[in-house]
Design a protein around this ligand. Structure first.
Ligand SMILES: Nc1nc2c(c(=O)[nH]1)N[C@H]1C(S)=C(S)[C@@H](COP(=O)(O)O)O[C@H]1N2
Ligand SMILES: [Mo]
Length: 430
């Protein structure tokens, strides 16, 4: 293969644009787009990147500018904000999460590695082994035939959602609000599958494996392999899912088969699932150890250095809510509007949702729905009348069934996990 020196770029692209794309960007650009760009004039290309391209004469033939290539990575997604294109990480602006059930096109994407390029759902299998009575391998058709198929609305939230607001900042994807979603998932209960293979008494933890590959390209390395205590794995809400919102899973959300684990960091919900091993020790796969998906075992001061042995594995996600209407920055005509959104708290339920329009001085209790099923977020709404025109902020805070309430200020931790501070939107009332 040609080297990446500049002098070879042109001949490399001219000889094999697909190989060149792979070598330069780690993936192949959408062929339709490449064909289109070959024919397209400079003016059109400039319009697409949003400005002129001073060195356009130096661009190899068949070359897809990165500014356009990055759009290709979110095919089938609508309005998501791309945080990183290798691996692909994209979040949903809060106002696009207004639906009770998140459409697939608006479900966030959090990849640690490179998804499998070609998957054949008919040939896909998942193996359950380790500390089980009978190791077994199932095709998707066998899962459907041998276990009860259930559909549930389930909330997935990345452990790092809200990391972007940490000060001092934490390394990693700078998620703001939108690494959360509640789609409707169809699959079989993990619990039923574990009961069928037989859980040995020594089993204490699951270990999840998948078909995505490490960014380095090293086949020996896994991008992520997490797990959960057997007691959690045996709860009713955890699915091995093959459908999302009534259709096949989106390729970026784990097609054709994934785990869905509501209420815990969504990193436990392995996509492109191929194997679940039951272990007699806490799993130690990539992103299980060190400081990954862990927080200090005590409150720490912002910026404090914490020893690795003082970190503990994150289990349930904390109480949280989102205002999905109106959108931050909206103009409200006529001094009255409905305010609405969702609230959730690990494996607990939400008991109260309050909003404030006077910077937290007084609070109004919103109307709060029960969850459509356990594991789903709860929808809430409130009709608000503003006393006069001007700038207002709407703040929302949820309280859960154990009495935990969202805080005003971030409970800082070194890796930027579990940010559940109140969401607020600024409104101009005319
Ligand atoms: N195989 C595999 N599964 C994975 C990941 C991954 O990178 N590879 N990312 C995890 C993380 S960190 C999160 S937050 C969720 C995100 O699920 P989504 O991309 O469907 O929103 O998938 C989890 N499952
Ligand atoms: Mo995550």
């Amino acid at each position: 293969m040609a080297d990446k020196e500049n002098k070879d770029v042109h001949s490399f692209f001219a000889a094999d644009p697909e190989q060149a794309d792979k070598a330069f960007f780690g993936r192949v650009a959408n062929p339709d787009r490449r064909g289109f760009l070959k024919k397209t004039g400079l003016a059109t290309m400039a319009a697409m990147v949003g400005t002129s391209i001073p060195f356009h004469r130096n661009m190899p033939i068949g070359f897809v500018p990165a500014a356009m290539a990055s759009e290709d990575v979110l095919v089938g997604k609508d309005g998501l904000t791309l945080l990183n294109d290798r691996p692909v990480n994209a979040e949903t602006p809060p106002h696009l999460l207004d639906d009770a059930i998140t459409p697939t096109s608006r479900h966030f994407v959090r990849n640690n590695g490179i998804p499998p390029e070609e998957v054949d759902p008919a040939a896909w299998t998942v193996t359950i082994d380790g500390f089980v009575d009978t190791p077994m391998t199932f095709t998707i058709a066998e899962l459907k035939a041998q276990f009860e198929v259930v559909t549930k609305a389930l909330t997935l939230e990345c452990g790092g959602n809200g990391r972007g607001f940490f000060n001092p900042p934490a390394k990693g994807n700078q998620w703001t609000y939108g690494a959360v979603a509640c789609s409707e998932w169809t699959g079989v209960r993990l619990k039923d599958v574990l009961e069928k293979v037989g859980v040995k008494p020594e089993a204490v933890y699951t270990a999840h494996y998948s078909a995505d590959t490490h960014l380095s390209g090293d086949p020996e390395k896994l991008p992520i392999s997490r797990g959960m205590p057997i007691s959690k794995a045996m709860t009713d809400e955890i699915l091995i899912a093959f459908e999302m919102n009534g259709a096949a899973l989106h390729p970026l959300n784990g097609a054709p088969l994934r785990l869905v684990v509501p209420g815990w960091p969504a990193s436990t919900a392995q996509k492109w699932l191929t194997r679940i091993e039951l272990r007699d020790v806490v799993h130690d796969g990539p992103k299980m150890t060190g400081k990954a998906y862990r927080v200090p075992n005590r409150q720490v001061a912002p910026g404090e250095k914490v020893k690795t042995e003082d970190f503990v594995i994150i289990e349930r996600m904390p109480v949280k809510s989102l205002i999905t209407f109106p959108e931050n920055g909206a103009e409200v005509a006529g001094q009255a509007t409905q305010v609405r959104g969702h609230a959730w708290s690990g494996d607990r339920s939400i008991s109260k949702l309050e909003i404030s329009i006077d910077f937290g001085t007084t609070w109004i209790t919103a109307e709060l729905d029960d969850a459509v099923n356990s594991g789903a977020w709860q929808n809430w709404r409130s009709d608000v009348t503003f006393p006069q025109g001007g700038y207002y902020e709407v703040w929302a805070r949820a309280t859960d069934s154990a009495g935990d309430m969202q805080p005003f200020a971030i409970d800082w931790n070194p890796k930027g996990y579990l940010n559940n501070t109140m969401h607020r939107v600024g409104l101009r009332v005319s």
